[in-house]
Every structure is written in C-alpha cells, then in structure tokens.
Ligand binder design. Structure first.
Ligand SMILES: [Zn+2]
Ligand SMILES: [Zn+2]
Length: 162
C-alpha cells in the first residue's frame, strides 16, 4: 500500500492534495505519512498536500566502488533519458543503466524499485536540492515544496525551476 501511494504521488509531480488521497485511497492521512522518511505533509497556500521524499541520493563520484550507498546514474540520463556525453568519444563517466544489479539493490533498499525513471526523477529532484540545475537552464516551472522538519507548520512554498 505504501509503495502504491509513493508511486501515485511521484506520478503526480511529487505532491497530491491530501483530501484527494484520502477520498481515493480510503485511508487516513496519518496512516499515509507515518513513514516520515518517505512522506511529509505541507500546507502550501492553505491547501494540505502530501509530498514524497527520499534519503536516496545520486552518487557524484566518477569512479565509485559502491560503498556510497547512492544511486549510480548519470544526471542527464535521469532527467531526460538522454545524455550528450554518451555520443562523445570519451563517453559518459556515469552509468545509464537504471536497472543494473547495483542500482536495483539500492532502489530496493529504499523501496523505490517500483518507480519509473521519470517518477524517480521527480522524487530525487524534490529531495535533493543539489540536483536543481542552474537558472540559465530553466525551461519550465515546477513547484517545489518545502521539506523542512516542521512541514505542517511551514508555509513556505518555494517556486523552483527544473
Ligand atoms: Zn557511488
Ligand atoms: Zn551520461
């Protein structure tokens, strides 16, 4: 059930109105968000929403043996399914294989192996500020919710671009 909710929210840009979740899934909000590693409640513009988050991070090391616990995936590939460096002579330093044995294991540990690349992208973007590209690359707007430690009392809704 938890993974269904996670997937559902990821497929909906990472945040869903709390009322909508409760009326469609028939469970209480406290049941949904009791796993605070994965879910948080927030109140942007007075509208209660459940947002997803994860402690999983992309590994940044170019030659990592795998002790980082992070996902081994190229950032461009994660964002778009395409990487400009894969065409170049040197190739890309990072993996383009989401379903490698290593990544499968890491995703499973975090309960994220059910997510598609785009759903995972939404989740990681929302959870890791370092992934946001510089403003000069902005092509469209996405709402990014504050994931501070006191989300219920936090009114911050930061508008960020991806
Ligand atoms: Zn690593
Ligand atoms: Zn790449």
């Amino acid at each position: 059930m938890e993974s269904d909710i996670l997937k559902f929210i990821c497929a909906n840009q990472g945040a869903v109105d709390t009322d909508y979740l409760v009326s469609n899934l028939g469970c209480s909000v406290s049941d949904i968000i009791c796993n605070q590693e994965k879910f948080a409640s927030c109140l942007p513009f007075g509208q209660p929403k459940v947002v997803v988050r994860t402690s999983l991070r992309l590994c940044r090391a170019k030659a990592c043996e795998g002790s980082c616990g992070g996902l081994h995936l190229c950032k461009s590939f994660l964002f778009s399914g395409f990487c400009q460096f894969s065409q170049s002579r040197k190739g890309c330093y990072f993996s383009h294989e989401l379903s490698s044995d290593y990544n499968e294991r890491i995703l499973k540990e975090h309960g994220l192996n059910i997510l598609s690349r785009t759903e995972l992208c939404t989740l990681l973007l929302q959870s890791d500020d370092r992934l946001l590209p510089p403003v000069s690359f902005v092509s469209c707007f996405t709402l990014k919710f504050c994931l501070c430690l006191t989300p219920m009392s936090c009114q911050v809704l930061s508008l960020r671009c991806v």
